[in-house]
Design a protein. Sequence first.
Length: 355
Amino acid sequence: MVSDTSIGTDRQRGSDYADLSRQVRAAGLLVRRPGYYAVRICLVVGSLAVLCLLFVWLGESWWQLGVAAALAVVFAQAAFLGHDAGHRQIARSRRVNDLIGIMHGNLLTGISYGWWVDKHNRHHAHPNTEGKDPDIGLEPLSFSTDQARRQRGLGALVVRYQAYLFFPLLLLEGLHLHANSVRAILRPRRIDRRPAEAVLLALHLGGYLAAVCLVLSPAQAVAFILVNQGVLGLYLGSSFAPNHKGMPILGADDTLDYLRRQVLTSRNVRGGRFLDTVLGGLNYQIEHHLFPSMPCVNLRRAQPLIRRFCDERGIDYHETTLGRSWAEALHHLHDVGSGSQGRTTRGADMPRRSD
């Protein structure tokens, strides 16, 4: 999957990440940025308050569909903050990070923080690795030809057309996240702070449904929920899909070292500060995967250092535009669905360094 030149000797591979870590620490890129996050939290909470007031003021009106779409954007931004808290980016204290994460996840977004952190940590440990990364085991999609061959009946039909169905299916992702959160809370499997998570999740879901049903007509309430959850799922899915979809799939027995595993399976999306804000900093996916606890505001500063480091060691560093990243993901899904062995399936060549 990777040339001998890229891999190097075991001894060299083992020291590469340590060398990079020393450079990153020396540059002060792992220092927490509490002021930055305080501003972001205030903006999210303030925006949510304004939209709630607008919702009450508009009352029974079809203009509420605009509020539903705007509210989905705020929910997504709250989810990004929960993501950063889960990686301990915001505060030194684990307790403070967890408090911020639970408030933004369970209460503001309606997604179980404990369930999501557990799943996301498994993804970070084994990105794009068959049998280990939960993000490439999502039904009804298949991300490798081996997965596609195991599909039967309706599942096989969906996989055949999955490239065309991908974005429509993302409209259901918000509801899927809520359902998984409720399921995780109800399961006997232990979740840290489970009672608190259950209460906050119930407050979100109960308050959300009560407000919609009390203020809007039945038809408007249904339309509001569909628009709100559809935009939320599409926004979150479109933000996460460019990160790894269409990048190399590793076998469960793969022996790549940590540095190369994270870089070669991740994709950066270039853009200005506006795109950084829209994607919550996740467009710097390579830097984020190498240093998950790095505050997202520092990822832009870390990129030149990390890219130069990869160039010096012959490690492919893949960066492209947002539109091209979606195109690459869809092309990969099409190849898998049609049964062809695309460049991003197991055993394929590694991606180009950049477009």
